[in-house]
Design a protein around this ligand. Structure first.
Ligand SMILES: Nc1ncnc2c1ncn2[C@@H]1O[C@H](COP(=O)(O)OP(=O)(O)O)[C@@H](O)[C@H]1O
Ligand SMILES: [Mg+2]
Length: 283
């Protein structure tokens, strides 16, 4: 087995990362740096085609980088095959479409799938699956066929399966993009709970509201870092936000619409609570 992880090293330590698809004229990722530490919640934003999904697959050890100065995931070298295999165990990756990630005949078998592949002893596996079903509110659905579930239930099942295998970090690639508002809330809440429990999360999204609470925001543009900093810092510059192919959180959009009608607020609210507070202050 591999050596025990260094708890102080970054979970992702990526520098000068390049990825080019076979036959493509340009890099999908070009000279990208990314560092993610234990316990962090890092939101990754970017217009369509900016390289977000490519990054998710590379971080999860699912593709080989074309080149990198260094590319470590949980201490595993993503440039070598063995490192990528180890990274696939430590890094949980969840994609946009739950349909592509549900493989078994019923919910509990799906949640158990990764553990079965790792040949967990049956009793441990049952305990772990039960804990996951409870945690994600799936107990009542355990015998249901995954394709009969709502979008939010499917994605929670897929997430429970990813997390059933003990992970050091989660990479989520637009996990709410295909869900209705209720499903979106269910999944987002589950992700926030896991983060509150200490799990580091790289959260790729096109939903500006979902980036607001992040510890750090990274914006990709043309496969490289176009912004890194706080959400407040990003959204404060509306011209840059547009240039990066992004929008504002809903509260910010509302504040701008009010300003256009002559009701300018002090500062840019990013949440409904901040908007309410700003409205309370308004003349
Ligand atoms: N399988 C593929 N083959 C060739 N080019 C691809 C493939 N997947 C994505 N690309 C290209 O790589 C770039 C980044 O894509 P992607 O990582 O999917 O971006 P995002 O997830 O931000 O929309 C885009 O220009 C896209 O067209
Ligand atoms: Mg994508």
């Amino acid at each position: 087995m591999s050596s025990s992880p260094d708890e102080t090293a970054p979970l992702f330590d990526i520098s000068g990362l390049h990825y080019r698809y076979a036959g493509a004229q340009a890099d999908a990722l070009a000279d990208l740096d990314l560092t993610v530490h234990e316990g962090e919640f890092v939101a990754v934003l970017g217009a369509n085609g900016s390289g977000k999904s490519t990054l998710a697959r590379l971080l999860g050890g699912l593709e080989k980088p074309t080149a990198a100065r260094h590319a470590l995931a949980c201490g595993h070298d993503l440039l070598v095959e063995d490192g990528r295999l180890s990274a696939r165990r430590d890094v949980g990756v969840l994609f946009q479409n739950p349909e592509n990630q549900l493989v078994a005949q019923c919910v509990e078998d799906d949640v158990a799938f990764g553990l079965e592949n790792l040949a967990w002893p049956a009793a441990d596996m049952r305990r772990r699956v039960d804990a996951m079903l409870a945690r994600f509110g799936l107990e009542e659905l355990r015998r249901r066929e995954p394709h009969m579930l709502s979008g939010g239930q499917k994605q929670r099942t897929a997430l429970a399966g990813v997390i059933a295998v003990p992970r050091r970090v989660l990479v989520l690639d637009e996990p709410t993009a295909m869900l209705d508002p209720a499903g979106r809330d269910e999944v987002l809440m589950a992700v926030r709970e896991m983060h509150a429990d200490g799990l580091a999360v790289v959260y790729i999204t096109q939903e500006m509201d979902e980036a607001v609470g992040a510890d750090r925001v990274v914006v990709l543009g043309g496969g490289t870092e176009a912004y890194a900093g706080t959400a407040a810092g990003l959204f404060a510059d509306a011209v840059r936000v547009r240039r990066l192919g992004l929008g504002l959180p809903a509260a910010g959009e509302l504040a701008l619409a009010l300003a256009e009608r002559g009701h300018a607020l002090r500062g840019l609210p990013l949440t409904i609570d901040e908007l309410l507070a700003a409205l309370g202050d308004a003349p």
